[in-house]
Design a protein around this ligand. Structure first.
Ligand SMILES: Cc1ncc(COP(=O)(O)O)c(C=O)c1O
Length: 322
């Protein structure tokens, strides 16, 4: 028995994605959307808030603030509320209504940025807004997931640890993870490499993201990718990077649903597409075990990835680029 559903973090299912056409590729998906609010980000939000309270960095009167338009905002609003902390979430015009609604329903104050910044996106203006509020508010803590070492530490101790516990049962050759703030891949790669140095860590990014030196471009699917390179990534242990485009992401999500009944979010599709793309380029002549992290669930993408009209819009946008 547990007293609160929010305590049920981790021990997420590991599912084999059996593909008879590629018998050498043993692909396993770690379904992180089985965390309490539906994404991997619960691990970071709960760890960060608990660590800050335990270390006395924040107290019951502290306001938490973060710029997030998706899963992290949802997770932080839930865990801040659980601890009776005020939470301000700075979002923007592109935030999906379902995410904004969840953040508000869980008691957060939402500030929405509608003015694009000089790069045409919203991130810089969101961060400016956060800094302005921090300067003018007493007893406030900016989580700053792109730079906060606690973000990577959370994944080192939770998801990284859990993956290492699976490895004696399922030897690990490759681990594929999507990247945005870099918290997941930094923490998990440090933990896994420490115990299993031969496991290859593959970072998955999307076209239009600048994290690994790509050209900045409009992106439609929230989750992975970023218009700035996160500082915490400097200590990640990454062997290779693979980039997919949003059409590959969408097709992979549909395939996951049709073939495996897995109704997953965008970055899970990107990671699955990346596995297939990677092993088309790097053929293997022996059986290899590949784990991929599926970060969130499909419901949040019902108006986008799983909506045929939206898919047509993405298709024609990409045709204009070609
Ligand atoms: C759906 C999804 N996948 C993957 C990630 C990447 O996680 P991280 O920020 O730890 O790099 C995120 C982060 O927001 C996400 O929302």
């Amino acid at each position: 028995m547990i007293n609160n559903i929010l305590e049920k973090i981790g021990n997420t299912p590991l599912i084999a994605l059996i593909n008879n056409e590629e018998p050498n590729l043993n692909v396993f998906a770690k379904l992180e959307f089985y965390n309490p609010t539906g994404s991997v980000k619960d691990r970071a939000a709960s760890y960060i808030i608990n660590s800050l309270l335990n270390q006395g960095v924040i107290n019951s009167e502290t306001t938490i603030i973060e710029s997030s338009s998706g899963n992290f905002g949802i997770s932080l609003s839930a865990y801040a509320k659980q601890k009776g902390l005020k939470f301000i979430c700075v979002i923007d015009n592109t935030t999906l209504p379902v995410n904004e609604m969840m953040i508000r329903l869980q008691g957060a104050e939402v500030i929405k940025i509608s003015e694009p910044d000089e790069r045409g996106g919203y991130l810089l203006n969101r961060i400016r807004k956060v800094k302005e509020i921090v300067e003018n508010t007493d007893n406030i803590y900016w989580v700053n997931q792109y730079e906060n070492p606690l973000n990577a530490q959370a994944y080192y101790n939770s998801l990284g640890n859990e993956i290492c516990l699976e490895i004696p049962r399922q030897k690990l050759d490759y681990l594929f993870m999507g990247v945005s703030s870099g918290g997941t891949i930094t923490g998990v790669s440090q933990k896994v490499k420490k115990q299993y140095p031969n496991a290859k860590i593959i970072a998955v990014d999307v076209e239009g993201s600048v994290i690994f030196g790509g050209q900045s471009r409009k992106r439609f699917i929230p989750g992975i990718g970023s218009s700035l390179r996160p500082k915490i990534l400097d200590s990640a242990q990454i062997d290779d990077v693979i980039t997919v485009d949003e059409r590959e992401t969408v097709s992979a999500c549909i395939e996951l649903l049709e073939k495996y009944n897995i109704y997953a979010g965008g970055s899970s599709g990107s990671v699955y597409a990346a596995v297939n793309k990677y092993f088309q380029m790097h053929k293997v002549d022996r059986s290899v075990n590949i784990m991929c992290v599926f970060a969130d669930k499909g419901e949040r993408y019902i108006t986008t990835i799983y909506n045929p009209e939206w898919r047509e819009m993405i298709e024609s946008y990409n045709l204009t680029l070609a």
